[in-house]
Ligand binder design. Structure first.
Ligand code: GH3
Ligand code: MG
Ligand code: MG
Ligand code: MG
Length: 323
């Protein structure tokens, strides 16, 4: 292999800052002069896929799809201002961090300076030096791979922080953050909102009988049944050990009772299967419902009412819904 091969190949195969990024670079070239297109294309061809657009408007729409690793754009078009495009790309989510390399002509220093101020990452000046263009491209691709890896790991860390690892439902942290928002919105818009506080009955006994792993299987299966019975706009979460919580926007007390009763029945009517042995475990749950009331309500008060209702369901013999 030549040094050149080792350069970009190793960067793309082992990108800095994260796995899952190994791929061939996909470069978008926007340039309307045929000889120039041909030259640049030849230089970039070995490094990955080059998509060429000789119509700058079409090139812009191509770019905003967000599928490219780098944009190489000419500084000069007949009826088109490439700097305006670059500025626009910087303001769109899909292309905010898209590396842009400007191919300028000699004597265009003022234009180059403006381009850099607008967020263009790098430039080359004609006549093209192939090695220089490649080196600048590689630097941008490496930067992009690092940036993408960093962002992916931030997203992953966030998701882990707000997800319950046993059931895959949202956790208490997520619930508390979003309940406050949903509550505020409901009160301001005078829209109904209900919450269900759900607790598995005699769960300690299930653990004692079927072991902690059996108990975990019951929790996972319950989460599945819960998820099946709420809408996408509802927020289902594991609040603590065997306590689950559903926030239901646009849901009045009557509808909330219907949903709660459906979940209760779905649990009580079909025993859970645990352990590889296939042991059948009858499970019941108790549910307390509370709904946002017109005046002077607070999240704390709403939670307290749901908790009291749940306590009432337990006291009344379990396996029931109380509003
Ligand atoms: P009640 O009907 O009054 O709710 O009785 P209960 O036994 O369900 O209530 P209690 O709160 O006394 O017991 C809850 C049990 O849940 C105790 C705890 O060991 C168990 N638990 C908490 N988290 C987990 C978990 O992640 N996995 C398992 N297997 N058990 C858990
Ligand atoms: Mg308890
Ligand atoms: Mg319980
Ligand atoms: Mg409990």
């Amino acid at each position: 292999a030549t040094t050149r091969d080792v350069g970009l190949e190793s960067i793309l195969r082992f990108p800095v800052g994260g796995e899952g990024l190994a791929k061939n670079a996909r470069v978008l070239l926007i340039d309307e002069r045929p000889e120039s297109v041909e030259r640049i294309q030849r230089v970039l061809a070995d490094e990955g896929t080059v998509d060429v657009q000789t119509d700058p408007q079409a090139g812009f729409f191509d770019a905003i799809q967000g599928n490219h690793d780098c944009l190489v754009i000419s500084s000069r078009f007949k009826d088109f201002d490439p700097l305006r495009v670059c500025a626009q790309l910087r303001s769109l989510d899909n292309t905010r961090s898209l590396p842009i390399i400007l191919v300028a002509d000699q004597g265009e220093e003022p234009l180059i300076r403006r381009a850099l101020e607008l967020g263009v990452n790098d430039y080359v000046v004609r006549p093209l030096n192939p090695n220089e263009l490649l080196a600048r491209l590689r630097t941008q691709l490496r930067r992009k791979a690092y940036h993408d890896g960093l962002r992916a790991s931030v997203v992953k860390t966030y998701e882990m922080a707000v997800t319950d690892s046993l059931t895959g439902l949202h956790n208490r942290l997520y619930l508390e953050t979003h309940l406050a928002t949903l509550f505020k919105r409901a009160v301001e818009r005078r829209r109904p909102l209900s919450i269900l506080m759900t607790d598995i009955d005699r769960f300690k006994l299930i653990n004692d009988t079927h072991g902690h792993d059996g108990g975990d299987e019951v929790l996972r299966e319950f989460a599945r049944r819960l998820r099946r019975n709420v809408r996408g706009s509802d927020l289902a979460s594991r609040y603590g050990g065997e306590e689950f919580f559903v926030v239901m926007p646009e849901t009045d007390p009557v509808l909330a009772a219907v949903v709660a009763e459906r979940i209760r029945r779905e649990v009580a009517s079909t025993p859970f299967i645990v352990n590889q042995s296939g042991t059948s475990v009858p499970v019941t749950i108790s549910i307390g419902i509370a709904s946002v009331s017109a005046k002077g309500d607070s999240v704390q008060s709403l939670l307290k009412r749901a908790d009291d209702a749940l306590y009432g369901a337990k006291a009344a013999g379990r396996n029931r819904v109380v509003s």
